[in-house]
Design a protein around this ligand. Sequence first.
Ligand code: ARG
Length: 588
Amino acid sequence: AKEEQNVGNVKQQLAKLFESALNATVPNEPDIEPLVAACTAKFGDYQCNNAMGLWSKIKGKQNEFKGPPAVGQAIMRNLPQSEMVESCSVAGPGFVNVVLSKNWIAKSLQKMLIDGIDTWAPRLAIKRAVVDFSSPNIAKEMHVGHLRSTIIGDTLARMLEFSHVEVLRRNHVGDWGTQFGMLIEFLYEKFPNWEDVTETAVGDLQAFYKASKQRFDSDPEFKEKAQKAVVQLQGGEEKYRRAWAQICEISRNEFNRVYQCLGVHLEEKGESFYNPYIPEVLKELTSKNLVEDSQGARVIFIEGFNIPLIVVKSDGGFNYASTDLAALWYRLNEEKAEWIIYVTDVGQQQHFDMVFRAAKRAGWLQAEGNTYPKASHVGFGLVLGEDGKRFRTRNTEVVRLVDLLDEAKSRSKTALIDRGKDIEWSEEELEQTAEAVGYGAVKYADLKNNRLTNYTFNFDQMLNDKGNTAVYLLYAHARICSIIRKSGKDVEELKNTGAIVLDHADERALGLHLLQFSEIVEEACTNLLPNVLCEYLYNLSENFTRFYSNCQVVGSAEETSRLLLCEATATVMRKCFHLLGIIPVYKI
Ligand code: ARG
């Protein structure tokens, strides 16, 4: 048999059909892009919305139509025969509604079960992307904002990776800057044998930072030493480089504990990495007439902003912006990334807007729209406490992220023991499940909101087993798996010997929703909105619940088909979990 080509998701396949329908309808208007969208109308599953726009294009010219509805009728008539389509109708001002064939939906599901869910992965137009996320600052606080960046960035990276994009996961840590002079001198002072000093001796690096800052502000002699130390460090002086590396290493260990809990992989390329590239990059920007003098500093003026982007400070030093310009240059030219994605709080939006605008003026990035190479800032809102203010724990000023994650885990452990009185847990199983549920809950609570809105951090809410939470979804998935297990049937065998039939309305609705997975991931990925995938997942579980309450599975005449539908649901749910960085559990 002829190998079937990768034909894309439902929307793309329909768009192909409509493309030829449009060509046949108005042969003199080539290159009209078919506008096809899923819809909730009672007349169809998808809709083609070209008629009105097309009408306004042709109404002045000679044509055979009397108005948009007639154009719609013609598009419908010209739609090529396809096993995808059950029926069509035209509504209102020319909308062409399509009802998909339930046999085709069933066949597509079955094919996925046999060939694997990866055959449903979107195909994006790029090969390589950088996702710059997490990116805490050495010796300073790794705060809930960095947690959000870590969670959102990881999901975006996972979605891109699933979509066949090679992702360079970059941790742009703040490991460079004038504060290091002070930190280094303080290290020398506090620990004469500093080279052997470990994390435990230094203790809390944030406290260390505070103490050194205090010393810096109160003792002019120390201050002078610290300022000299910066110069030594930047000059590459061995003893200073080593002390700097030591401090970074201590911070790194702290960060890694968080990444380990969350199962997040990142490659550190901190600000210091790009430092050597800055002079060359500024030279290029200067030769392109972008950089000017202003009050002793070197700046780039950008239209529409009332402050310029400072790229060399008046003391001659480089800054956050010069580093980001060098990093962007490096990612485009050395790493050959086509899409550079930055995940930080919305407070940094202006910074990135200005950096991107400068890069466009330099001709590094495409000036407009959806063409590559492209840079995107993925901003997110604040994490709030129950009091509606910035999130803090009760007694301390700052929130240690590891403590936060620990608490999620221990709370979920307690809940697991409470709820599953009849479950036999081995200690290891319980630990693993508590981690999967607890950390999963933290991630999902963050991801389910539109990232731009502030979200309220609330353990009780996120660990609730009802409502739109990870706990609820993990339970739903585990239950589906247990339905399949308890049937005593071998689903692997059924995949090849049985067939899916979608006769009941709730079976069909579930099947259609499953089939839309691919276009949803693509949307979440291209619009950089993880909440779109969360919403899909939650709706999937609702569709399943409706199906399961109205269609008997085990022991029914339709058992085989319905077990396969259960299996398809579990498969898609697991892929959603995977993309959201949540680990599914089976015993719960
Ligand atoms: N270190 C910065 C912060 O903590 C975030 C860095 C984001 N990435 C970048 N390329 N600027 O706010």
